[in-house]
Design a protein around this ligand. Structure first.
Ligand code: PLP
Length: 498
């Protein structure tokens, strides 16, 4: 691979990559999960390359796919105590957490219908449940009933179980939830669901590969997996704390028929018989092979060692936040992630707005993830927060990071959050409770300075004003604007900006 053409193509790709957020080194505290082990990345790359041309669509043509899936599922089963209660746990390797969540919902919906359910089926979940379940409800025609959480991100078990009816096809709990890392009361909720014959999915997409090694080998946590009677499926993403390249998650079912209900088959067309256990048709085996190799290389001890590093960095960072006047850690986070909010127990002038703070931290070289506040009709308003996902490499430069977190808070303490009241009165169309077509949305983005030549289509450096915008706009409007913003990301390259 050294002729001039390939070199110049790869050179061009390297130039494109130069503008990307760094995937290694711990500077970005979301999206990427860096083990810090260069040899692991190398192994994953070689394993993926060796199946580059394979089509995972048909394991009878490519038996290696079935074998690697079996091995990854066996390892995942160990993580979540699948052998408890003599259950016959089976599984799938999917393309990611979203696909695992979608398939858990499809399975539950079809099983609910097969058991005689009629009308519109329902998902019941705490409001902190991942957006993938909003998507599943939207795609598969279910209603999503969200149960409020308190300021700590904790759902009231009685309030949730009171909402389980004959329309409920699935209740979802998280281990832990992404926004605040609260570990939902899995045992109570799964037990109540089982009493009513309702399926219960545990979304351990982010926790599944790390909680089993957390405190005392996971023994220090209340049980959240197949040890809990009533849990019918569990999702756990290999491309998060399994350190696999993007494109790999595991979905486990407590009953073989539930796995079969997730699949789709048809023999009613003139082509090959279609049997798709997951959402995709043709599918890459690359992330699967990488996951398989990583599992073989690390084994439980390797994961335990990496988890210990993430855990120690998490504690250092949480202590750092606790020591910063004007900020606080939200609730009682479980696992290597947490959210930071303003501490309203101190005087206004001592408070730190988490989004203004995140923007300042970013100027100092570290990328945190702002999360909007949420108004709950039937619960307390949830504050705007900033999210940190901690990985093994976070510890390598933790002194630099804590110094940045502290310095940024000192720099912006007392600066009030962005108030868009003025903007709102200048642009009343923002408050219109409706979506918008592409042209209208584009016009609004331009007026806001978020599109067109000046912004170059890229997100602005300061995210606090954008997040504040989400706070004041009706959801349908902000969803339309964000859809427009993302759609333009590649369109702008095709309209002459080379
Ligand atoms: C990441 C995540 C998902 C969605 O996973 P993707 O891999 O991003 O599609 C679902 N649930 C939880 C709790 C997550 O953290």
């Amino acid at each position: 691979m050294s002729d001039e053409r390939t070199e110049s193509i790869l050179q061009r790709l390297a130039e494109l990559r130069a503008d990307d957020a760094p995937t290694h080194g711990g500077r970005v505290l979301s999206y990427v999960y860096d083990s810090g082990l260069a040899e692991l990345d190398e192994l994953a790359r070689a394993a993926a390359a060796s199946v580059q041309a394979v089509n995972g669509l048909d394991p009878t043509a490519f038996p290696s796919v079935a074998r690697m899936e079996a091995d990854v599922i066996t390892f995942a089963c160990e993580l979540v105590h699948a052998s408890a209660h003599d259950r016959d746990v089976t599984g799938l390797v999917t393309s990611g957490g979203t696909e695992s969540c979608l398939l858990a919902v499809k399975s539950a919906r079809d099983r609910w219908r097969a058991a005689g359910g009629t009308g519109v089926p329902r998902i019941v979940a705490p409001v902190t449940v991942h957006a993938a379940f909003h998507k599943a409800a939207h795609y598969f025609g279910l209603d999503l009933e969200l149960v409020p959480v308190d300021e700590q991100g904790v759902v009231d078990t009685a309030e949730l179980t009171a909402r389980l009816t004959t329309q409920t096809a699935l209740v979802v709990v998280s281990a832990p939830c992404y926004p605040f890392a609260a570990l939902d009361p899995v045992a109570e909720i799964a037990g109540a669901a089982a009493d009513r014959g309702v399926a219960c999915h545990v979304d351990a997409c982010i926790g599944g590969w790390v909680l089993p090694f957390w405190s005392d080998g996971g023994e220090g946590l209340s049980p959240w997996d197949f040890r809990v009677p009533g849990v019918t499926s569990v999702s756990l993403d290999a491309h998060k704390y399994g350190f696999a390249p993007k494109g790999a998650s595991v979905l486990l079912f407590g009953d073989p028929d539930a796995k079969r209900a997730a699949s789709f088959a048809t023999t009613r067309w003139p082509g090959y018989p279609v049997v798709n256990p997951t959402m995709l048709g043709s599918r890459s085996a690359m992330s699967l092979a990488a996951t398989w190799a990583i599992v073989a290389y690390l084994g439980p001890d390797g994961f335990a060692a990496l988890t210990a590093r993430s855990r120690s960095a998490t504690h250092t960072l949480q202590e750092c936040i606790s020591g910063i006047v004007g900020l606080r850690v939200v609730g009682d986070p479980i696992g290597p992630l947490f959210a930071v909010a303003a501490d309203h127990t101190v005087a206004d002038g001592d408070q730190v707005d988490p989004h203004i703070w995140a923007d300042r931290v970013r100027e100092l070289g570290w990328v945190l993830q702002p999360q909007p506040g949420l108004h709950q009709a039937d619960g307390p308003d949830l504050p705007r927060t900033t999210h940190l996902t901690v990985t093994p490499v976070t510890g390598d430069e933790v002194d630099g990071l804590t110094a940045a977190l502290i310095a940024a808070a000192d720099d912006v303490r007392g600066v009030p959050g962005v108030d868009l009241g003025e903007l709102l009165s200048a642009m009343p169309e923002l408050a219109v409770d409706a979506g918008a077509d592409s042209a209208t949305a584009g016009g609004i983005l331009r007026d806001l300075g978020l599109a067109g030549e000046d912004a170059g289509g890229a997100l602005p450096d300061q995210l606090a004003p954008v997040m504040a915008l989400l706070d004041v706009m009706p959801a349908r409007r902000s969803e339309a604007l964000l859809t427009e913003l993302l759609a333009r990301c590649n369109e702008r390259h095709r309209h002459g900006d080379h």
